[in-house]
Design a protein around this ligand. Structure first.
Ligand SMILES: Nc1nc2c(c(=O)[nH]1)N[C@H]1C(S)=C(S)[C@@H](COP(=O)(O)O)O[C@H]1N2
Ligand SMILES: [Mo]
Length: 413
């Protein structure tokens, strides 16, 4: 294959070691930034910093292609060296497969617009699954291979309580010493990882595989909103005409989650309108509602399908207030005091843009933006302002929270 390859392979042992180290640090960086992106908790803490973490993650992900390609150039020689060492060969294959899987699904997530919601959902599920399987594997791999574990190779742990004086001293272990020290520590680390990561994994798997109902049920149970009377669902919601939503919402927020009661909740429509209006909860639940079924897509790759939403079409509220001719933009405010977004008058007039009060016949929990959130099914969900409390008509443009931080203003799915 030419001299350049021979050149690369020169001093290959040292190169391989350096490559391994670089790859290790990249994986650490990717794991930390990835976990921050995954955790709903960090969304609130980071706010706009999340956009930087996201770029860091994408950049490191693309950069991780370099050590992989470089390794592949050295792989032939390495492979010969590993002859007979099955475990090490398997490790190389597993790590390469993980990196490649992460890279491909990551590229699809990055280019979600090109691949569309179906493939970005598949990519997100793959990306998460590889993380759930691969990260514990890599942590285990790196802990159990550190020097201090390798050294006391032949020591033993006695499980029969043979006294600490003897434990770990005699290489020639008696029949009672069941485990080498190394095997013992490995098992302990494996069990520790399973115990710490297991529950989150099961919750994630439940969300991906099951219907969203269980997860929504739990959110409703611990709902922090205290509003009476409860909205009474229409027949189309009681038995959701969509048949019940599929998938589960990830709770996203850029602030601590706000909650409301009858004294604190208001929805106002003002600005360039003929008749500014404001409703308290009792007045608002008395308004006539309609029911619709639609999908909900987040730009980060997850969707919830066939949601049965019940609420008041935004255009109906606009009609009640009377939009003045000078108005151009509908600015939407969240009761979290921070998040905003906007729609053009034409977009706001679409039939399925809804100020939603019920989801699948149940009140929307505070975590998911209740008591009242906006729904813009034809656009990515960052337009779907949670805890909606004010609709203002303005004659200028308005750049929303995520749009100011790099998301496209044109949010069409
Ligand atoms: N007030 C507020 N509204 C918001 C957000 C937010 O962080 N704050 N996130 C948006 C984004 S990016 C998405 S995907 C959806 C998520 O809705 P969920 O948290 O109910 O799943 O809410 C949107 N509306
Ligand atoms: Mo989103």
């Amino acid at each position: 294959m030419g001299n350049w390859l021979a050149e690369i392979r020169k001093g290959y042992g040292r190169k391989l070691a350096r490559l391994h180290a670089w790859n290790g640090w990249l994986v650490v960086l990717l794991a930390l930034s990835g976990l921050v992106l995954f955790g709903g908790f960090w969304r609130g803490v980071l706010g706009e910093g999340r956009v930087w973490v996201r770029w860091l993650h994408i950049g490191a992900g693309i950069a991780s292609l370099a050590p992989v390609l470089y390794y592949l150039l050295l792989a032939g020689k390495h492979w010969k060296q590993l002859r007979g060492k099955f475990a090490q060969k398997a490790n190389v294959v597993i790590v390469l497969a993980l990196l490649l899987g992460w890279l491909i699904s990551g590229l699809a997530l990055w280019q979600f617009r090109l691949v569309g919601p179906f493939w970005s959902n598949a990519a997100l599920a793959t990306h998460d699954l590889l993380t759930w399987v691969g990260l514990p594997y890599i942590i285990y791999h790196s802990i159990t291979r550190t020097k201090w574990l390798k050294e006391p190779h032949r020591r033993t742990v006695r499980i029969d309580g043979g006294g600490p004086a003897n434990a770990g001293l005699h290489p020639a272990a008696g029949p009672q010493s069941i485990m080498t020290r190394r095997a013992f520590i490995r098992t302990a680390i494996g069990a520790g990882l399973a115990v710490t990561l297991g529950p989150s994994f099961l919750r994630w798997a439940g969300g991906i595989l099951g219907s969203g109902a269980a997860n929504t049920e739990e959110l409703i149970r611990k709902d922090a909103n205290r509003l009476t009377p409860a909205p009474q669902p229409l027949p189309d919601s009681i038995t959701p005409i969509g048949g019940g939503s599929k998938g589960s919402f990830r709770v996203y927020t850029v602030t601590p989650i706000p909650s409301f009661d009858n004294a604190t909740w208001r929805l106002a429509i003002d600005g360039l309108v003929e008749k500014p209006l404001a409703w308290n909860w009792e007045q608002f639940v008395a308004l006539k509602r309609t029911v619709q079924v639609s999908d909900f897509h987040c730009v980060t790759g997850w969707s919830v399908y066939a949601n049965t939403w019940e609420g008041i079409p935004l255009k109906e509220l606009l009609r009640m207030a009377g939009v003045r001719a000078s108005a151009r933009t509908v600015k939407l405010y969240s009761g979290d005091g921070v998040y905003t977004d906007s729609l053009t008058l034409e977009q706001a007039a679409m039939d399925d843009v809804m100020v939603a009060v019920l989801h699948d016949g149940k009140p929307i929990s505070s975590d998911l933006g209740g008591p009242v959130r906006l729904i813009v099914p034809k656009m990515y969900a960052y337009k779907s302002v949670k805890w909606l409390n004010r609709i203002e008509l303005i004659d200028t443009d308005h750049t929303g929270y995520w749009e100011e931080r790099g998301y496209a203003k044109d949010a069409w799915v």
